[in-house]
Design a protein. Structure first.
Length: 233
C-alpha cells in the first residue's frame, strides 16, 4: 500500500489489508467496522485528528513483518465463515447472558446516582434480542448459502447472499451503533469513585464485548461480504 495514496483509502480496506492497523484505529477512536466505509482523511477530519501523524503510525505497523496465517483476505470464504462462528459467535453466545444480567443489576443498584446505567441496560437488552437472531440467521441461512455458492454456484444461493447482505449490514449498524452509544454515555467505560466490584466487572465485560464486536463486524463487512458478492455474480 503506497504511502501517498493511504489517506484516500477506506479505513475498512486498510484494516482488511493489514489487520494489525486495527490497534492504531482503536487507540484514536476510529470505527473500522461499521464506520469503515470512509477514507482515512475523512475519518481523521471527523475526529479532528492529524492525518499525517496517523499515517506515519499506520505505516510503522504495516512495514513490520507480518505473522503468517493472519491475512483474513486470503482465506477461503467458507473457512472464514467457520472461523467467525467458532471464534466470534461462540464468544457472543457465552458473554451475552452474563452481560444482560450484569447491566440490569448495576442499572437497578446504581441507576439513581448514575442514570446512564439504566440506558446501558436497555440498550444491551436490545442488542441481546437482535444479535442472537442475527447469529442464528447467519449460521442457518447466510453462511450455508456462501458454501453452496462456492461448491455448486446455485442461483438460489446467489440470490440468498445478495438479499442477506443488505439485511445483515443494517443489523451490524444497529449493534455497532448501540455499543458506540454505550461507550459514549459511560465515557469510554470510565469507573466512578463509588463503583462496586460488579460495576467494574460489567464495564470490563462491556469493553471486551465491544472489542470483539468490532473485529467480528469488520471480518464480515469489509472482507466476507465482498467475497460472498463475488460468488453471487
Amino acid at each position: 500500500m503506497e504511502q501517498e495514496h493511504l489517506q484516500k483509502i477506506l479505513v475498512g480496506d486498510i484494516v482488511a489489508d493489514d489487520f494489525r492497523t486495527s490497534t492504531v484505529f482503536k487507540s484514536v477512536g476510529i470505527d473500522f467496522c461499521c464506520g469503515g466505509k470512509q477514507s482515512l482523511a475523512d475519518a481523521c477530519s471527523e475526529k479532528g485528528l492529524d492525518v499525517d501523524k496517523l499515517e506515519v503510525d499506520l505505516q510503522n505497523i504495516m512495514n513490520k513483518p507480518a505473522t503468517p496465517g493472519t491475512n483474513f483476505k486470503e482465506w477461503e470464504p467458507g473457512f472464514l465463515c467457520d472461523y467467525i462462528v467458532n471464534t466470534h459467535h461462540k464468544f457472543v453466545s457465552k458473554k451475552m447472558p452474563e452481560l444482560v444480567f450484569y447491566t440490569d443489576k448495576i442499572g437497578t443498584v446504581h441507576g439513581d446516582h448514575h442514570p446512564e446505567l439504566v440506558e446501558v441496560a436497555s440498550l444491551f437488552a436490545q442488542i441481546n434480542t437482535e444479535l442472537l437472531q442475527h447469529l442464528k440467521n447467519e449460521e442457518e441461512v447466510f453462511f450455508p448459502a456462501i458454501k453452496e455458492a462456492a461448491a455448486i454456484g446455485s442461483e438460489k444461493a446467489k440470490t440468498t447472499i445478495q438479499s442477506e447482505i443488505k439485511r445483515l449490514s443494517i443489523e451490524h449498524d444497529f449493534a455497532g451503533g448501540a455499543m458506540d452509544t454505550i461507550n459514549k454515555i459511560t465515557s469510554g467505560y470510565k469507573l466512578p469513585a463509588d463503583a462496586c466490584n460488579t460495576y467494574r466487572v460489567t464495564f470490563q465485560l462491556l469493553e471486551q464485548f465491544e472489542d470483539d464486536l468490532h473485529i467480528h463486524v469488520h471480518l464480515e463487512n469489509n472482507i466476507l461480504f465482498a467475497k460472498a458478492l463475488e460468488l453471487a455474480k
